[in-house]
Design a protein around this ligand. Structure first.
Ligand code: ITT
Length: 205
């Protein structure tokens, strides 16, 4: 019997790479948005990671008719009162890439009143059934903002996210090592049971 499909609803190639590793062995065939002909973005109008993850999962699930996993994630920097948070991908304005966002954040942090450099990545996964319920799972990963970017692995803010326990930035870890400890890995760990329950419910086309 063919495996049911699970839509990994993101346009971020870094996230797609990680989900392919993190969900290896799951009883679903993972498909991307382009494979189901969805090329537009869902607007993220929520104030929390959870609201935005649910918004994305439900919209893409309705449109595709598939069981859908979406994540909203980002970096919370304590000295910036939790910024960039839900605005992590839009922080340095439209058209900016990862290096510009990193430079913008380091500049903001240099101007901050507090010298504290602690931060965390947060990831909320939402899993939506086309005509059913939506469930969420969350994971975080604590670290410190480095003075300068280091490493070429991962994506986004990884080059400035220093992990004291590992003695390197997230971008200096192998993808296997990042996938052991990341906020996304922790959220997936919790989401796995929810996906298996959705499979047992047999509601996927
Ligand atoms: P989709 O909405 O299509 O999934 P996106 O990149 O816009 O793609 P988000 O709105 O969730 O996704 O924004 C997440 C941003 O947070 C992302 O663009 C990175 O800048 C940052 N981010 C999230 N997870 C990260 C990680 O594992 N490592 C580094 N930066 C990360």
């Amino acid at each position: 019997m063919p495996k049911p499909r699970l839509l990994i609803a993101t346009h971020n190639q870094g996230k797609i790479r990680e989900y392919k590793h993190l969900l290896a062995g799951i009883p679903f065939r993972l498909v991307g948005l382009d494979e189901v002909g969805i090329f537009h973005d869902v607007e993220e109008t929520g104030d929390t990671f959870s609201e935005n993850a649910i918004l994305k999962a439900q919209a893409y699930s309705r449109e595709s008719g598939l069981l859908t996993l979406a994540d909203d994630s980002g970096l919370e920097v304590d000295a910036l009162l939790g910024e960039p948070g839900v605005r992590s991908s839009r922080y340095a304005g439209p058209g900016a890439g990862d290096p510009e966002r990193i430079a913008f954040l380091l500049q903001k942090l240099a101007q901050a009143e507090s010298p504290v450099r602690t931060a965390r990545f947060r990831c909320v996964i939402a899993i939506a059934q086309p005509a059913g319920e939506t469930v969420t799972a969350e994971g975080t990963c604590e670290g410190v903002i480095a003075d300068t970017p280091r490493g070429s692995g991962g994506f986004g803010y990884d080059p400035i996210f220093y992990l004291p326990d590992q003695g390197c930035t997230m971008a200096e870890l192998s993808s296997e090592a990042k996938n052991q400890i990341s906020h996304r890995a922790r959220a997936v760990h919790r989401a796995r049971d929810l996906l298996l329950a959705a499979d047992r419910a047999g509601e996927t086309p």
